[in-house]
Design a protein around this ligand. Structure first.
Ligand SMILES: [Zn+2]
Ligand SMILES: [Zn+2]
Length: 214
């Protein structure tokens, strides 16, 4: 067989199935901690930082047409709350199960690609290559599925104040009374008029405009 150009057995996300063998029913359990690959997660939302530890619990099972991999990945993801933009961390546990098919029929296996199979199925199919399995795409899919699309720092995060941008979770009583704002603006205007004959009248106008937007 030609030397495998794609999979590197030194990559910790590449699993070697030689020890497992091809006898259907053979089982192998593996536990390993790997460094998170680049961009593991939902881009620019939440993800496992590159190089952070990812704990893998794996079960490899030899079946007639290939190797069935069942596993769990655990890691800590980082991101920011979509409501208040505070950084957040969340413990991630992603389960996955994936079939890696032998690329061809041989004296032991069966022809796994039925003539009726469409090309679309083939594209999604993962293969055992020279006895090696690349777990990385499986891990990526599982992690993305396990992560929230809209992570929040806490279930009921109240987000940011629409008036001033303050983080409301830090200040539950925070509010702006619309009447008070208007009153304050009037007060400000009065003050300006009172002590500001040197000031141009125009100085008070931006405040007036702002409150009219409300
Ligand atoms: Zn938040
Ligand atoms: Zn505010």
């Amino acid at each position: 067989m030609a030397p495998n150009a794609r999979l590197d057995h030194r990559n910790p996300l590449v699993l070697d199935t030689h020890e497992l063998g091809r006898r259907p029913g053979a089982l192998q359990r593996l536990t390993r901690t790997v460094d998170a690959p680049q961009d593991l997660g939902i881009k620019e939302v939440v993800g496992v930082p590159e190089g952070a530890p990812v704990e893998l619990d794996l079960r490899l099972e030899s079946v007639m047409e290939g190797v069935l991999v069942t596993g769990t990945a655990r890691a800590t993801a980082e991101g920011e709350c979509v409501r208040c933009l505070e950084p957040l961390e969340l413990e991630l546990e992603a389960d996955f199960q994936e079939m890696f098919s032998y690329p061809d029929a041989d004296d032991r296996g069966r022809v796994i690609a039925e003539p009726g199979d469409d090309a679309e199925d083939d594209e999604d199919r993962l293969f055992v290559e020279d006895g090696l399995i690349d777990l990385e795409p499986v891990l990526r899919d599982a992690v993305v599925l396990a992560l929230p699309m809209q992570p929040v720092c806490q279930e009921d995060c109240p987000g940011l104040c629409s008036e001033c941008g303050a983080r409301l979770a830090d200040d539950p009583d925070h509010h702006h009374d619309a009447v008070d704002i208007r009153w304050a603006a009037l007060q400000g205007l009065a003050d300006t008029m009172k002590d500001g004959e040197k000031d141009e009248m125009g100085g008070a106008e931006p405040g007036v405009d702002e409150k009219q937007e409300k």
